[in-house]
Design a binder for this molecule. Structure first.
Ligand SMILES: NC(=O)c1ccc[n+]([C@@H]2O[C@H](COP(=O)([O-])OP(=O)(O)OC[C@H]3O[C@@H](n4cnc5c(N)ncnc54)[C@H](OP(=O)(O)O)[C@@H]3O)[C@@H](O)[C@H]2O)c1
Length: 280
């Protein structure tokens, strides 16, 4: 379902797509929009986890069979995930979903893909590689492997789950194109563009959690409600991905669906194409 709070259709959506405005606070409004749908894919902003209970209950009211949870990111099913604080609303919402799913009326799948390395990581310059400034950020030692996906493969994973609902029923499904360390990425980038001088920024991670927790607590005292754009949120998320011992499952290569990971040659080609985007 797509909704734009009564606003006009953004360019790029086909006219064959039905768009409905809903009130996220209203279970009845959501149920009306869900009526007649087989499946729901929740591509919510993580800040919307607070609405998940209503979405789940409305989906059951409407007779929806399958729900893809609002994940598409880090492994919130990792046994230590709650300790990162930022995932608390999502984990709470997931518990409600699993409780309702036990009634047998609705099945769910969580699609865990790691960072979108092309769209968020490089095009939006949100993570490590800044193709415009020719800089790379290394968090901690840089030897920690991180599971990453391209945005089109996230779409392909979603289609695969929807086509094989029994196989993926009521569990997290892990899809990553590669699990690669930042030091390996640096070597790939240097070999792809040997004449470019890449600036390497080093950010220590050992103290990141303590700093982030302090900022989080200060925000709590200040009454900050919108956490997503805070420094504390970003620091905690980054720490979770790059913690040196893989405590929070930034590298989930051991859980990736069989046959899904690509080889390093394809990773090189993917990065080559992304770098070309900056050069044209
Ligand atoms: N793995 C990665 O690197 C990565 C990076 C970015 C995003 N993601 C994933 O992609 C999905 C979408 O995330 P996004 O950040 O890209 O979302 P977004 O574009 O900021 O928001 C998507 C929609 O969420 C709805 N929404 C409902 N309540 C909201 C609230 N309280 N705050 C903000 N939005 C709210 C809005 O729908 P309406 O317009 O109908 O109100 C909005 O259009 C999430 O599952 C996220 O985990 C992953």
């Amino acid at each position: 379902m797509l909704s734009f709070c009564g606003q006009r259709l953004p360019l790029g959506f086909s006219s064959s797509i039905s768009i409905q405005a809903v009130d996220y606070q209203s279970q009845a409004s959501l149920a009306t929009a869900f009526k007649g749908q087989d499946a729901i894919i929740e591509a919510f902003n993580p800040a919307a986890a607070e609405y998940q209970k209503k979405v789940v209950d409305a989906a059951i009211d409407a007779g929806v069979q399958q729900l893809i949870t609002p994940d598409f990111s880090s492994d919130t099913f990792n046994e230590y995930a709650e300790g990162l604080i930022i995932f608390e609303p999502k984990i709470k919402a997931q518990k409600h979903l699993e409780m309702r799913a036990r009634e047998g009326k609705l099945a769910w799948t969580a699609i865990v893909v790691g960072a979108f390395y092309d769209w968020a990581g490089i095009r939006k310059r949100a993570f490590w590689v800044d193709g415009r400034q020719c800089s790379i950020t290394i968090f901690g030692s840089g030897d920690q492997k991180t599971s990453i996906s391209s945005i089109d493969r996230v779409g392909a994973a979603t289609v695969m789950v929807l086509k094989n609902t029994e196989e993926f029923k009521n569990r997290p499904a892990y899809f990553a194109d590669w699990s690669v360390s930042t030091n390996e990425l640096v070597e790939i980038l240097k070999s792809l563009r040997p004449t470019i001088k890449w600036n390497v920024n080093r950010v220590p991670v050992a103290t990141l959690f303590a700093e982030a927790k302090q900022m989080w607590d200060e925000d709590t005292v200040k009454g900050v409600k919108e956490r997503l754009s805070t420094k504390a949120y970003q620091y905690l998320g980054t720490y979770g991905v790059f913690e040196e011992q893989n405590r929070y499952g930034g590298d989930f290569s051991g859980k990736v669906e069989k046959g899904w990971e690509k080889d390093v040659g394809e990773l090189r080609e993917g990065f080559h194409n992304l770098l070309e985007e900056f050069e044209t």
